[in-house]
Design a protein around this ligand. Sequence first.
Ligand code: ADP
Ligand code: ASP
Ligand code: MG
Length: 416
Amino acid sequence: MALIVQKYGGTSVADPDRIRAVAEHVAFTKRHGDDVVVVVSAMGKATDNLLKLANDVSRTQPGREMDMLLTTGERVSMALLCMALADVGVDAMSFTGSQVGIITDTVHMKAKILEVKGDRVREALAAGKVCVVAGFQGISTAKEITTLGRGGSDTTAVALAAALDADSCEIYTDVTGVFTADPRIVPQARKLQHVNFDEMLEMAGAGSKVLALRSVEFARNHNVPLHVRSSFTWEHGTWVTSQEPSMEDPIISGVVTDISEAKVTVVAVPDRPGISAALFEPLAGANVNVDMIVQNTSHDGTTDISFTMPKADVAAASAIVERVAAEVGARGVEHDAEIAKISLVGAGMKTSPGIAAKMFRVLADEGINIQMISTSTIRISVVTPVADLERASRALHSAFGLDSGQAYSAPLPERK
Ligand code: ADP
Ligand code: ASP
Ligand code: MG
């Protein structure tokens, strides 16, 4: 008898029919003789709707109250799924993150899991029940309710799988696995049979939302194999494991696109020691996730500093950047939310020179302007205007030999 953690994302539980389909599948797994812990996301766009509601009500949004609000989305789905399970004769019990002892740090809206106690899950499993746990949430060391950042239900699932020493962790979503690119943007994307943790970490870090970054970190650190698959077709998906890529694997495993970031430029900053520290220290203190940073060479004793960060952090960052810019005597601050980050990821890059040059050539031939560049040993990222996203990613996907030869054919549910 195996213990399986199954995570169902928002589209997988978006309406009553979907919830009943998930209940059938959980029942099937349970009847097969396995123990099942289910982690659910909020239904469809419930989290987006809660965020919109908060924006409509107030400009003052204390993190504590936002987390109280956002955690309700997952509570709705966990209770409804347990009812649907009762209908198909499965004894199930729902739990909030706090009830199962998911202990986090105290950073509201992007808390990190510190520990998973899991006692109540173990007890319920021992009593033969299916456990349905609300994703994306925990309780902080200060006993406050926290959320884990967008997409955080993946992290709940992997953390629980690690704590319970589960045999596998299945991530059910609305595509049939991890692809060489987001099939919604690059229809020629190909499903990967296998991705290793390092590549998946780079893909998630570059902004591919098929798996949340922290969930991949957890999976790698605790060696939890992940199976990413579709709750619409139930076919076998993509395995994410520690297995190293083989010599036959292509150099580039995927093109990753990300439109969740915005760019800020501090214009004409005096070029002297301490300026970057003065800017980035307070941003770090406010938990702003600064990503790419570019500082231009100075001409007349001043320089421009540009950086990107999640759009969700712009509000927190703006006041800090404006203040520091004034303090250091910069000419001004410019914002650009119309950007896209496009990355090539592949373990083979380490030993294959020329990938960056080829990437820049492909973009140049398309007439696409590169605003920023950053690299790691197995990733190259560029920032371009968002209007060029589709053209750039499709051209790169073709040029690096990733096209499948046919457009993605499984259902791609609309996000309601
Ligand atoms: P869920 O609600 O199930 O967690 P997400 O929206 O978070 O689903 O993640 C699934 C989506 O990730 C897909 O619908 C797809 O558009 C997107 N995606 C981005 N990159 C990839 C990729 N490389 N492979 C598959 N899907 C991807
Ligand atoms: N409901 C949360 C979100 O939309 C968490 C998740 O779905 O993983 O981000
Ligand atoms: Mg997700």
